[in-house]
Design a protein around this ligand. Sequence first.
Ligand code: SAH
Length: 244
Amino acid sequence: MLSHIHIVLVGTTHPGNIGAVARAMKNMRMTSLRLVAPKIFPSADATSRASGADDLLSRARVCDTLREAIADCQVVFGASARSRTISWPELTPRQCADEIFTRHPGERIAIVFGREHSGLTNEELDMCRYLLHIPCNPHFSSLNLAAAVQVVCYELFVAAGSNERKVIGDRGECPLATAEQMESFYDHLHETLVDIDFAQPGKSESIMRRLRRIYNRIELDTKEVDILRGILRMSQGHKKSRKQ
Ligand code: SAH
Protein backbone atom coordinates (compact mmCIF):
# COMPACT_ATOMS: atom_id res chain seq x y z
CA MET A 1 0.00 0.00 0.00
CA LEU A 2 2.97 2.33 0.46
CA SER A 3 4.96 1.07 -2.50
CA HIS A 4 3.84 3.98 -4.69
CA ILE A 5 5.56 6.45 -2.34
CA HIS A 6 9.26 6.84 -3.13
CA ILE A 7 11.76 8.26 -0.67
CA VAL A 8 14.44 10.13 -2.61
CA LEU A 9 17.76 11.12 -1.01
CA VAL A 10 19.81 13.74 -2.83
CA GLY A 11 23.59 13.83 -2.60
CA THR A 12 23.88 11.97 0.70
CA THR A 13 27.44 12.21 2.06
CA HIS A 14 27.48 9.58 4.80
CA PRO A 15 26.59 6.04 3.71
CA GLY A 16 25.59 5.26 7.30
CA ASN A 17 22.72 7.71 6.91
CA ILE A 18 21.50 5.85 3.83
CA GLY A 19 21.40 2.63 5.88
CA ALA A 20 19.60 4.36 8.74
CA VAL A 21 17.03 5.72 6.28
CA ALA A 22 16.41 2.20 4.91
CA ARG A 23 15.82 0.97 8.44
CA ALA A 24 13.47 3.87 9.26
CA MET A 25 11.52 3.15 6.07
CA LYS A 26 11.22 -0.59 6.62
CA ASN A 27 9.96 -0.03 10.18
CA MET A 28 7.09 1.90 8.61
CA ARG A 29 6.47 -0.57 5.75
CA MET A 30 7.90 1.71 3.10
CA THR A 31 9.74 -0.10 0.33
CA SER A 32 11.05 2.22 -2.35
CA LEU A 33 14.30 4.14 -1.93
CA ARG A 34 15.89 6.22 -4.69
CA LEU A 35 19.35 7.75 -4.37
CA VAL A 36 20.56 10.72 -6.38
CA ALA A 37 24.35 10.81 -6.77
CA PRO A 38 25.20 9.43 -3.31
CA LYS A 39 28.81 10.10 -2.35
CA ILE A 40 29.54 6.49 -1.36
CA PHE A 41 27.16 3.65 -2.22
CA PRO A 42 26.97 0.70 -1.84
CA SER A 43 28.98 0.46 1.34
CA ALA A 44 29.46 -1.74 4.38
CA ASP A 45 28.52 1.22 6.58
CA ALA A 46 25.15 1.55 4.90
CA THR A 47 24.48 -2.17 5.22
CA SER A 48 25.41 -2.25 8.87
CA ARG A 49 23.26 0.78 9.78
CA ALA A 50 20.34 -0.73 7.85
CA SER A 51 20.23 -3.47 10.53
CA GLY A 52 18.27 -5.94 8.44
CA ALA A 53 16.72 -3.50 5.98
CA ASP A 54 19.44 -4.24 3.44
CA ASP A 55 16.81 -5.57 1.03
CA LEU A 56 15.75 -1.94 0.55
CA LEU A 57 19.37 -1.01 -0.14
CA SER A 58 19.85 -3.72 -2.74
CA ARG A 59 16.65 -2.65 -4.50
CA ALA A 60 17.44 1.08 -4.22
CA ARG A 61 17.54 2.87 -7.56
CA VAL A 62 20.61 5.06 -8.04
CA CYS A 63 20.20 8.04 -10.40
CA ASP A 64 22.50 10.80 -11.62
CA THR A 65 19.97 13.61 -11.28
CA LEU A 66 16.89 14.48 -9.27
CA ARG A 67 14.99 14.99 -12.49
CA GLU A 68 15.65 11.38 -13.45
CA ALA A 69 14.76 10.10 -9.96
CA ILE A 70 11.32 11.72 -9.91
CA ALA A 71 10.52 11.49 -13.63
CA ASP A 72 7.61 9.04 -13.22
CA CYS A 73 6.11 10.70 -10.12
CA GLN A 74 2.98 12.81 -10.20
CA VAL A 75 3.27 14.61 -6.89
CA VAL A 76 6.63 15.64 -5.42
CA PHE A 77 7.29 16.93 -1.91
CA GLY A 78 10.64 18.46 -0.89
CA ALA A 79 11.65 18.21 2.78
CA SER A 80 13.48 21.22 4.10
CA ALA A 81 14.69 22.31 7.51
CA ARG A 82 14.68 25.95 6.43
CA SER A 83 12.07 28.40 5.21
CA ARG A 84 12.94 29.98 1.88
CA THR A 85 12.72 33.53 0.62
CA ILE A 86 10.21 32.51 -2.01
CA SER A 87 7.52 30.67 -0.13
CA TRP A 88 6.50 27.29 -1.49
CA PRO A 89 3.22 25.90 -0.18
CA GLU A 90 4.37 24.36 3.12
CA LEU A 91 2.97 21.26 4.81
CA THR A 92 3.72 19.38 8.02
CA PRO A 93 4.32 15.60 7.73
CA ARG A 94 0.76 14.97 8.92
CA GLN A 95 -0.72 17.32 6.35
CA CYS A 96 1.51 15.72 3.72
CA ALA A 97 0.27 12.23 4.61
CA ASP A 98 -3.30 13.46 4.57
CA GLU A 99 -2.77 15.12 1.19
CA ILE A 100 -1.35 11.89 -0.25
CA PHE A 101 -4.11 9.58 0.94
CA THR A 102 -7.11 11.83 0.52
CA ARG A 103 -6.29 14.02 -2.49
CA HIS A 104 -3.88 11.81 -4.42
CA PRO A 105 -4.84 8.19 -3.77
CA GLY A 106 -3.02 5.79 -6.06
CA GLU A 107 -0.80 8.46 -7.62
CA ARG A 108 2.97 8.04 -7.73
CA ILE A 109 4.55 10.18 -5.03
CA ALA A 110 8.14 11.27 -4.33
CA ILE A 111 9.34 12.73 -1.06
CA VAL A 112 12.76 14.29 -1.53
CA PHE A 113 15.34 14.82 1.22
CA GLY A 114 18.50 16.93 0.90
CA ARG A 115 22.18 16.77 1.72
CA GLU A 116 23.34 16.57 5.33
CA HIS A 117 25.25 19.86 5.16
CA SER A 118 23.35 22.01 2.74
CA GLY A 119 19.88 20.49 2.23
CA LEU A 120 18.16 20.97 -1.13
CA THR A 121 18.96 23.80 -3.54
CA ASN A 122 16.23 26.19 -4.69
CA GLU A 123 16.53 24.64 -8.15
CA GLU A 124 15.79 21.22 -6.67
CA LEU A 125 12.85 22.64 -4.69
CA ASP A 126 11.56 24.11 -7.96
CA MET A 127 10.82 20.53 -9.00
CA CYS A 128 8.69 19.98 -5.90
CA ARG A 129 5.06 20.92 -5.62
CA TYR A 130 5.14 21.30 -1.85
CA LEU A 131 7.72 22.07 0.78
CA LEU A 132 7.54 19.65 3.69
CA HIS A 133 8.71 21.01 7.03
CA ILE A 134 8.82 19.13 10.31
CA PRO A 135 7.81 21.63 13.00
CA CYS A 136 10.47 21.79 15.71
CA ASN A 137 12.67 24.20 17.69
CA PRO A 138 13.00 27.19 15.33
CA HIS A 139 16.49 27.84 16.72
CA PHE A 140 17.62 24.26 16.07
CA SER A 141 15.54 23.04 13.19
CA SER A 142 17.82 20.66 11.33
CA LEU A 143 17.09 17.00 12.13
CA ASN A 144 19.44 14.19 11.25
CA LEU A 145 18.50 12.93 7.77
CA ALA A 146 17.26 9.50 8.94
CA ALA A 147 15.36 11.09 11.83
CA ALA A 148 13.57 13.39 9.38
CA VAL A 149 12.72 10.41 7.14
CA GLN A 150 11.48 8.52 10.22
CA VAL A 151 9.03 11.25 11.23
CA VAL A 152 7.61 11.50 7.71
CA CYS A 153 7.33 7.72 7.22
CA TYR A 154 5.60 7.35 10.59
CA GLU A 155 2.90 9.81 9.54
CA LEU A 156 2.49 7.96 6.23
CA PHE A 157 2.19 4.65 8.06
CA VAL A 158 -0.49 6.00 10.39
CA ALA A 159 -2.40 7.69 7.57
CA ALA A 160 -2.21 4.56 5.42
CA GLY A 161 -3.73 2.52 8.26
CA SER A 162 -6.59 4.91 8.79
CA ASN A 163 -7.28 5.05 5.08
CA GLU A 164 -7.04 1.28 4.57
CA ARG A 165 -10.75 0.86 3.98
CA LYS A 166 -11.01 3.74 1.57
CA VAL A 167 -10.98 2.78 -2.07
CA ILE A 168 -7.65 3.51 -3.66
CA GLY A 169 -8.36 4.08 -7.29
CA ASP A 170 -7.31 6.33 -10.10
CA ARG A 171 -8.72 9.77 -10.74
CA GLY A 172 -11.35 8.44 -13.10
CA GLU A 173 -10.52 11.12 -15.65
CA CYS A 174 -7.03 11.66 -16.99
CA PRO A 175 -3.94 10.88 -14.85
CA LEU A 176 -1.98 13.75 -13.33
CA ALA A 177 1.05 14.77 -15.37
CA THR A 178 4.34 13.25 -14.22
CA ALA A 179 7.33 15.28 -13.04
CA GLU A 180 9.07 14.53 -16.34
CA GLN A 181 6.10 15.82 -18.35
CA MET A 182 6.02 18.96 -16.18
CA GLU A 183 9.78 19.55 -16.55
CA SER A 184 9.52 19.21 -20.34
CA PHE A 185 6.55 21.61 -20.25
CA TYR A 186 8.58 24.17 -18.24
CA ASP A 187 11.50 23.84 -20.69
CA HIS A 188 9.07 24.44 -23.56
CA LEU A 189 7.40 27.34 -21.75
CA HIS A 190 10.75 29.00 -21.11
CA GLU A 191 11.81 28.50 -24.72
CA THR A 192 8.54 30.08 -25.91
CA LEU A 193 8.82 33.04 -23.52
CA VAL A 194 12.26 33.72 -24.97
CA ASP A 195 10.96 33.29 -28.54
CA ILE A 196 8.18 35.84 -27.99
CA ASP A 197 10.62 38.23 -26.24
CA PHE A 198 8.80 38.00 -22.90
CA ALA A 199 11.93 36.64 -21.21
CA GLN A 200 15.61 36.83 -21.92
CA PRO A 201 17.74 33.70 -22.04
CA GLY A 202 19.45 33.11 -18.68
CA LYS A 203 17.57 35.96 -16.94
CA SER A 204 14.19 34.49 -16.16
CA GLU A 205 14.84 32.39 -13.06
CA SER A 206 12.47 34.30 -10.82
CA ILE A 207 9.62 34.48 -13.33
CA MET A 208 9.97 30.76 -14.08
CA ARG A 209 9.85 30.01 -10.35
CA ARG A 210 6.61 31.98 -10.02
CA LEU A 211 5.11 30.33 -13.09
CA ARG A 212 5.93 26.93 -11.65
CA ARG A 213 4.02 27.90 -8.51
CA ILE A 214 0.96 28.83 -10.54
CA TYR A 215 0.98 25.55 -12.47
CA ASN A 216 1.69 23.55 -9.31
CA ARG A 217 -1.38 25.03 -7.67
CA ILE A 218 -3.68 23.85 -10.42
CA GLU A 219 -2.33 20.29 -10.77
CA LEU A 220 -2.33 19.70 -14.50
CA ASP A 221 -3.29 16.35 -15.93
CA THR A 222 -1.70 14.80 -19.02
CA LYS A 223 -4.32 16.09 -21.44
CA GLU A 224 -4.09 19.63 -20.08
CA VAL A 225 -0.32 19.64 -20.50
CA ASP A 226 -0.79 18.53 -24.12
CA ILE A 227 -3.20 21.41 -24.74
CA LEU A 228 -0.84 23.97 -23.20
CA ARG A 229 2.08 22.63 -25.21
CA GLY A 230 -0.06 22.88 -28.35
CA ILE A 231 -0.66 26.55 -27.54
CA LEU A 232 3.08 27.08 -26.98
CA ARG A 233 3.89 25.45 -30.32
CA MET A 234 1.35 27.66 -32.10
CA SER A 235 2.73 30.81 -30.41
CA GLN A 236 6.25 29.87 -31.45
CA GLY A 237 5.13 29.24 -35.05
CA HIS A 238 3.18 32.49 -35.12
CA LYS A 239 6.15 34.48 -33.89
CA LYS A 240 8.48 32.82 -36.37
CA SER A 241 6.15 33.45 -39.32
CA ARG A 242 5.77 37.15 -38.31
CA LYS A 243 9.53 37.49 -38.20
CA GLN A 244 9.92 36.17 -41.74
N1 SAH B 1 21.82 21.94 7.01
C1 SAH B 1 20.75 21.58 6.13
C2 SAH B 1 19.89 20.52 6.77
C3 SAH B 1 20.24 19.22 6.31
S1 SAH B 1 19.48 17.94 7.15
C4 SAH B 1 19.92 22.77 5.79
O1 SAH B 1 20.08 23.80 6.40
O2 SAH B 1 19.06 22.68 4.91
C5 SAH B 1 19.25 16.81 5.81
C6 SAH B 1 17.86 16.78 5.25
O3 SAH B 1 16.94 16.30 6.25
C7 SAH B 1 17.27 18.10 4.80
O4 SAH B 1 17.70 18.47 3.52
C8 SAH B 1 15.79 17.80 4.83
O5 SAH B 1 15.41 17.09 3.67
C9 SAH B 1 15.67 16.88 6.05
N2 SAH B 1 15.31 17.65 7.26
C10 SAH B 1 16.07 17.91 8.35
N3 SAH B 1 15.39 18.65 9.24
C11 SAH B 1 14.15 18.85 8.71
C12 SAH B 1 12.97 19.55 9.15
N4 SAH B 1 12.91 20.19 10.31
N5 SAH B 1 11.90 19.52 8.32
C13 SAH B 1 11.94 18.89 7.13
N6 SAH B 1 13.01 18.24 6.67
C14 SAH B 1 14.10 18.21 7.45
